[in-house]
Design a protein around this ligand. Structure first.
Ligand SMILES: NC(=O)C1=CN([C@@H]2O[C@H](COP(=O)(O)OP(=O)(O)OC[C@H]3O[C@@H](n4cnc5c(N)ncnc54)[C@H](O)[C@@H]3O)[C@@H](O)[C@H]2O)C=CC1
Ligand SMILES: O=C(O)[C@@H]1CCC=N1
Length: 280
């Protein structure tokens, strides 16, 4: 991967928080053989050990400030509920060293982060999703005016190591992105679970049903991505007149599936706004 260098040296990226999302980004960066030095800080020694065992070159520490020293990029990968407490302890150092901050936290606005970090910081907010764990993520990004073009490129390169990226000029759009792709994997998993239960009720063995459903989900996504046809067109191609698919789709649409999705995504978007208001 071609990470644009902020300095002539490798880009030093510090992760504050060594959980699932941080680990997926670390794997992506290492697999891409990016010219980076990686550091991770987390108070949980088990999390640090898990990283050290697999990737001994990644520097690990329980001290956030130590990890941040001299870093070009600081990725804030802790839960939203503790973001305020964590960033306030980084503020003094941030005012001196002025790294690029990348926040992956759901529902924490740039203005709040900036204030907690002492103000006038370069910040990129991202909304990734869990398929980042297998380098198939989708991430929406927003940069504040303090972030330079080079810093935006660095942020994009880091997130591109785990999937596709899409920029938004308006931060508020990240609430919708959270509802669509941030939470989105859960919607598809729910469909898989529902199909699994139904298949077993039709007398198919659990492991056989699982295999058929996973491969069908993978195949449908691949076809939708690669065929050039829109999903509606692909659906029509599966649906023979008077056939089995038509019988099933009648039940799903008759039950109000499309409207349920509108309501579900609206609920997720509103919740993202509520979280932002509660953490501002
Ligand atoms: N799970 C998901 O689907 C998505 C999560 N996110 C965001 O990613 C962020 C991280 O989520 P996960 O990785 O799933 O959580 P996680 O719980 O796996 O990781 C959080 C890590 O932060 C560490 N931590 C706690 N206190 C700390 C402190 N004071 N300093 C440094 N580290 C500390 C914890 O020990 C833990 O290892 C969250 O803000 C979440 O909103 C964003 C998009 C999708
Ligand atoms: O459910 C949540 O709040 C987080 C944000 C997107 C995915 N998980």
């Amino acid at each position: 991967m071609d990470i644009p260098q902020i300095t002539q040296k490798p880009t030093t990226i510090t992760f504050i928080g060594a959980g699932n999302m941080a680990r997926s980004l670390i794997v992506g960066l290492l697999q891409d053989k990016a010219n980076v030095v990686l550091r991770v800080a987390d108070p949980d020694l088990q999390q640090l050990d898990a990283i050290h065992k697999h990737w001994p070159d990644v520097l690990t520490t329980t001290d956030n400030l130590e990890a941040m020293q001299g870093a070009d990029v600081v990725v804030l990968a802790v839960k939203p509920q503790i973001m305020c407490a964590v960033t306030e302890t980084l503020a003094e150092a941030a005012q001196r060293s002025r790294p690029l901050f990348i926040s992956i936290a759901a529902g924490i606005r740039e203005a709040a982060l900036n204030r907690w970090l002492g103000g006038n910081q370069a910040i990129v907010r991202c909304m990734p999703n869990t398929p980042a764990l297998v380098q198939a993520g989708a991430t929406g990004l927003y940069a504040n005016p303090q972030a330079s073009e080079k810093q935006r490129s660095v942020a994009e390169s880091i997130l591109r190591a785990v999937g596709i990226t899409l920029w938004f000029d308006d931060e508020i759009k990240l609430d919708a992105v959270t509802a669509i792709s941030g939470s989105g994997p859960a919607y598809f998993f729910l469909v898989m679970e529902a199909m699994q239960t139904a298949a077993e009720q039709l007398g198919i063995r659990a492991e056989d049903a699982h295999l058929l459903i996973m491969q069908t989900a993978l195949g449908a996504a691949k076809l939708a991505l690669e065929s050039g046809d829109m999903p509606a067109e692909l659906r029509h191609k599966v649906t023979s007149k008077g056939g089995t698919t038509e019988a099933a789709l009648k039940v799903l649409t008759g039950g109000g599936l499309q409207d349920l999705f509108v309501q579900a995504l609206q609920a997720a978007e509103s919740r993202s706004r509520e979280l932002a208001a509660a953490n501002s």
